[in-house]
Design a protein around this ligand. Structure first.
Ligand code: ADP
Ligand code: MG
Length: 498
């Protein structure tokens, strides 16, 4: 009898995995932390217990060399010392997903930072995922509206299309994203603020998005002073959240600000881990990861993620490596012009060099025709503009230019739009029709958008909708806590709400 009891324990001891899941920090150099053990896989999350630092610091396994585990931290690493305990947590980065995320502001790891309570969910999505199988992807055939006349009228966007917004700094990329977030016909917005300065984050939440915009958005925020790995992972977490809402059958708008800062985070990580710089210091891994990230938006067999990705172009150089890579992957680009912004022409969208490659498949015949008339007239005006400005053009010498001059003002008025002035597809196309004289039939003007007829927000699950019972009040509360969060970070100035 006794022997059988002992045997049972011996048996279970044999089955026990003797591998140690705890290791010890052996070296810290710049962003890279090395430890002896634990046994872990690439991408696994580990906890570094740093009693002289911030207590528990989360890090990710980025390299393995014999028994040495290379880690990069999601948080500041000051105070870590050799000998600190490293525990493998056995999982890769994943995010709890549910409708509770609506109206919430999360950090790079998907934890709420707005003090509005718990978002735990039994459903977890991996931050790093593969794009949908190309064979199961629906074609982009339906229009999604942004509420921005210049885009809906002249650069029609399809559900599941991905576009870049290109410009130098301070020309209005973030403001335009905020405008889209407020006025789009999408069911849900996922906003990724990657590597923005703390002030920009607060500005965006308070001014560009506003409480109404936030109520149907999920924000993932990784400010510029967060470690590069956390900026990188914020991008993946935001994309994973968009994937969740797409899987629920929604049309999701992913507003990503900015891809450039994502690429720069990759550069910092690449250089720290010894990758050779390829183009302008960007490591090969950047050129490899960019398509993998951007391909995750788009259509699937269930719903769509329409993506707007901002790209900062240094000195308006559209050929720098990040801009060039992104332009090659996306199905269109919107160029913002500093000249227009300086002339207080907002949104500063430069129509002629901008293109939506899928516009022909998602807009009606007459809308296309009207947009063509506008573009043609804008091009004629641009060609003759120098002559016109110095008074060297004489009316009547060229009927095409005469027409372009006549339409110039109405077109400008059509393109200029206040941030808080949404325009339904119907109004946009009606105005286009009046300017161009092209009759657009009513069936081309209906955008099936809930926004303009008492929006029905996220599809499905009315039970969970209670989570945003009073969106405006809730989001105001959230704004305050986010503001105080950033104001407590070093080097961040919060602009007080006056
Ligand atoms: N649509 C707009 N209407 C009025 N002002 C705008 C508009 N877009 C941008 N601006 C002005 O330009 C500034 C910079 O815009 P922002 O969107 O932050 O640029 P970016 O994100 O490209 O750096 C804003 O603070 C605002 O003063
Ligand atoms: Mg910006």
């Amino acid at each position: 009898m006794e022997t059988t009891v002992i045997e049972k324990y011996l048996e279970s001891a044999k089955r026990t995995d003797p591998i140690k899941y705890v290791g010890k920090v052996s070296k810290v150099q710049g962003l890279l932390i090395e430890s002896r053990g634990p046994q872990a896989i690439i991408g696994e999350i580990c906890r570094i217990n740093a009693p002289k630092g911030r207590g528990n610091i989360r890090a990710e396994v980025v390299g393995l060399k014999d028994e040495i585990v290379q880690l990069m931290a999601y948080e500041e690493t000051d105070g870590i010392e050799v000998g600190d305990r490293v525990t493998g947590l056995g999982n890769r980065l994943e995010v709890p997903v549910s409708d509770k995320l609506l109206g919430r502001v999360l950090d790079a790891l998907g934890n709420p930072i707005d003090g509005k309570g718990d978002i735990s969910s039994a459903c977890m999505y991996p931050a790093l995922a593969s794009p949908p199988d190309p064979l199961t992807r629906r074609r982009v055939t339906e229009r999604i509206t942004t509420g921005v006349r210049a885009i809906d009228g002249l650069l029609a966007v399809g559900k599941g299309q991905r576009l870049g917004i290109f410009s130098g700094s301070g020309v209005g990329k973030s403001t335009l994203l905020g405008m889209i977030a407020r006025n789009t016909s999408a069911n849900v917005n996922v906003v990724a603020l990657i590597g923005e300065r703390g002030r920009e984050v607060n500005d965006f939440i308070e001014n560009d998005l506003g409480p109404e915009g936030l109520a149907r958005s999920v924000l993932v925020v990784t400010p510029s002073n967060s470690p590069p790995l956390s900026r990188l992972r914020g991008a993946y977490v935001a994309t994973a959240i968009a994937e969740y809402f797409r899987d629920q059958g929604n049309d999701v708008m992913l507003l990503f600000d900015s891809v450039t800062r994502f690429a720069r985070a990759m550069r910092e990580i690449g250089l720290a881990s010894g990758e050779p710089p390829a183009q302008r210091g960007f490591p090969p891994s950047m050129f490899d990861s960019m398509p993998k990230l951007l391909e995750r938006s788009g259509t699937s067999d269930k719903g769509s993620i329409t993506g707007f990705y901002t790209v900062l172009v240094d000195g308006d150089d559209m050929d720098e490596p990040v801009a060039d890579t992104v332009r090659g992957i996306l199905d269109g680009h919107i160029v913002l012009s500093r000249d227009l912004a300086q002339g207080f022409h907002y949104p500063a969208i430069d129509i002629l060099p901008s293109i939506s490659r899928l516009a022909p498949s998602v807009s009606g015949e007459f809308s296309k025709k009207a947009a063509g008339v506008i573009r043609k007239n804008m091009a004629s005006y641009a060609r003759a503009e120098d002559l016109i400005n110095v008074g060297a053009y004489h009316h009547g010498s060229n009927p095409e230019i005469d027409e372009a001059i006549k339409l110039h003002d109405p077109i400008e008025q059509f393109l200029i739009q206040e941030v808080d002035e949404p325009s339904s597809l119907h109004d946009t196309l009606e105005r286009l029709s009046v300017i161009t004289g092209v009759k657009i039939p009513p069936e081309e003007m209906s955008d099936n958008s809930a926004k303009f007829a008492g929006r029905s927000a996220v599809k499905e699950n009315p039970a969970q909708r209670g989570a945003i019972s009073s969106p405006v009040e809730d989001t105001k509360m959230a704004l305050n806590s986010v503001a105080s969060l950033f104001s407590s970070m070093p080097g961040i100035n919060v602009i007080e709400d006056s």
